[in-house]
Design a protein around this ligand. Structure first.
Ligand SMILES: [Cu+2]
Length: 159
């Protein structure tokens, strides 16, 4: 009798665990759709914002020895946009705008010499958020001596 009871108890236990596992799988697999929050964006980690606004577009800019990966970046006027930068070279590079009118990530505004300045050591990356109110073109370049002279510069086209 005792052995039978033990078998029954064991089977109900495993059955309960199976149901629990299925419920967990349904919850995680469904993306929490039954929680009723009503947010359609499936972003697991909230990205950076500028004055509470998330970027409408994310541009990529790699730095190499000695060049930027692109010479032209295009972004919409009036909206926050992001520039994801990564230094893939072995020496340091920066992203600099001499005269800038708009909003920018606070960390890029700390330079006394330039309006916008993001310095990256080898292997470092950073996301710069900007908002420019009006259309136009803005020059950016690397201030490391000699780099702009060999072409480490580009233009940000706001349209
Ligand atoms: Cu450089």
């Amino acid at each position: 009798m005792t052995t039978l009871r033990r078998v029954v108890r064991a089977s109900t236990l495993t059955g309960g665990l199976l149901v629990l596992a299925l419920m967990l799988a349904a919850c995680t697999g469904g993306g929490g759709g039954s929680s009723g929050s009503g947010t359609p964006t499936p972003s697991p980690t909230p990205g950076p914002t500028l004055n509470g606004e998330a970027p409408v577009v994310t541009l990529k800019l790699d730095m190499r020895d000695i060049a930027y990966s692109v010479e032209e970046l295009r972004a919409p006027a009036g909206s926050v946009f992001a520039i994801e930068m990564r230094n893939r070279g072995v020496i340091e590079h920066d992203f600099t705008i001499d005269v800038f009118t708009g909003d920018a990530s606070p960390s890029a505004l700390e330079s006394e010499e330039y309006d916008v300045h993001v310095l990256l050591d080898r292997g470092e990356s950073a996301t710069l958020l900007l908002r420019v109110p009006g259309a136009g073109t803005i020059d950016f370049y690397c201030t490391i001596p000699g780099h702009r002279e060999v072409g480490m510069e580009g233009v940000l086209v706001i349209e």
